[in-house]
Write a protein that binds this ligand. Structure first.
Ligand code: 3EB
Length: 370
């Protein structure tokens, strides 16, 4: 028998466990200060929840909850002995953030209507309208400020980023707003010296109601995660130009190696095979295809990272529903493939392709050997 030598890096990795919980505002209100000490960030749905104490960054999905999820918050917490959390100190930044040695949670909210138009995406020409220009500029500013914070605290690796943009499918000056967002996001990655293929974060991009600010929140890490692509899908960063001049920059999933607790991040996943949407108009079939894609990502994660075992049972889900009237059909399809106790939050959101009716994201814990 061999003795296992625990390296200091491994010991440190084991000491921090990222924990994701969906808790009601009332539950949050009853938690003692010692518990709040370890909270990295809180995310509300539809609007920013009011959290007393004020030390923890509070983000908002801006997407209204559906069904019986009222008053829930997404809470990111680290557990483990003697973890020290620090708050963002960059007063010149719009990013609110909190971090421990390994992990950082951050959030940024920008109202594009309050920014001057004039993005460098225009390439020096004036042929872009004010409407498109404002979205391009706001997206660029948001990503620039995020990357600046990551440099400052040396959490250089974005692992997961959630993007909520108002009216994602609306045309602005002849282009869809999601496609404009993709252009500005890609440019911001380039300008900040980030890779635009391969080691890019897991992500999602959803539409929020008109008049909402752009709301982005993210997790970053000191160590490089392992990126996972889906063998059934074209990598998003290699989508053909018919989906937009600039491809979306995200990985299908990533794994935070040697970290316990929540360490698998599955991007927003939809009914896409190769690069094409399938089952147009059939929300039940789209839901089943999306779960087949998530299964393929779990298999791929198990293949790539070895000893960790991921399965549907270890996942918590957020389900974005385009048309509220489809909620029953989606719940029905999921109830046939998930255990009744599975954590699922349903939200109303526009999805970034007009023909997609549902998008599902997940976060996971590995469950040992199965
Ligand atoms: C897709 O697979 C569906 O632009 O950041 C999923 C996850 C989607 C992330 C993003 C978009 C994004 O293309 C849409």
């Amino acid at each position: 028998m061999t003795t296992t030598r625990i390296t200091s890096a491994a010991a440190q990795a084991i000491a921090v466990a990222l924990q994701l919980d969906y808790l009601s505002i009332d539950t949050l209100a009853s938690r003692p200060p010692s518990w709040w000490q370890n909270v990295l960030g809180v995310v509300g749905f539809e609007k920013r929840p009011v959290i007393v104490g004020g030390r923890v960054p509070v983000a908002a999905c801006m997407t209204p909850p559906l069904g019986k999820n009222d008053n829930l918050c997404e809470v990111w917490r680290v557990a483990g002995p003697s973890i020290q959390l620090s708050n963002g100190a960059a007063t010149h930044s719009r990013v609110h953030y909190r971090y421990c040695d390994d992990l950082l949670f951050g959030s940024i909210t920008i109202d594009e209507r309050l920014l001057e138009a004039g993005s460098s995406v225009q390439g020096g020409t004036d042929d872009i309208g004010v409407d498109a220009g404002a979205l391009l500029r706001a997206t660029e500013v948001a990503y620039q400020e995020i990357f600046a914070v990551l440099q400052e605290t040396a959490h250089l690796h974005l692992i997961r980023i959630w993007n909520y943009l108002p009216e994602i499918n609306r045309e602005a000056d002849g282009d869809e707003r999601y496609r404009l967002f993709n252009s500005a996001r890609q440019l911001a990655f380039r300008n900040s010296g980030q890779a635009t293929v391969g080691t890019v974060p897991a992500a999602c991009a959803l539409g929020s109601p008109a008049g909402s600010p752009i709301s982005i929140y993210f997790l970053a890490a000191r160590r490089q995660p392992t990126m996972i692509e889906n063998p059934r899908q074209t990598s998003a960063y290699h989508y053909p130009p018919k989906f937009g001049r600039h491809s979306p920059i995200f990985s299908r999933a990533c794994v935070l190696n040697e970290s316990v607790g929540t360490n698998l991040f599955v991007s927003g996943t939809a009914s896409i095979v190769g690069h094409e949407t399938i089952h147009q108009g059939d929300v039940g079939a789209q839901t089943r295809e999306t779960m087949a894609n998530i299964d393929a990502l779990l298999d791929e994660a198990n293949r790539v990272v070895g000893p960790a075992r991921y399965s549907r049972d270890g996942l918590k889900f957020k389900v974005y529903v385009r048309r509220p009237s489809d909620l029953g059909a989606i719940e029905g399809a999921l109830s046939r493939s998930l255990r009744p106790s599975t954590s699922i939050v349903y939200l109303q959101a526009d999805i970034c392709r007009e023909d997609l009716l549902v998008e599902i994201e997940a976060t996971g814990e590995s469950g040992g050997t199965r």
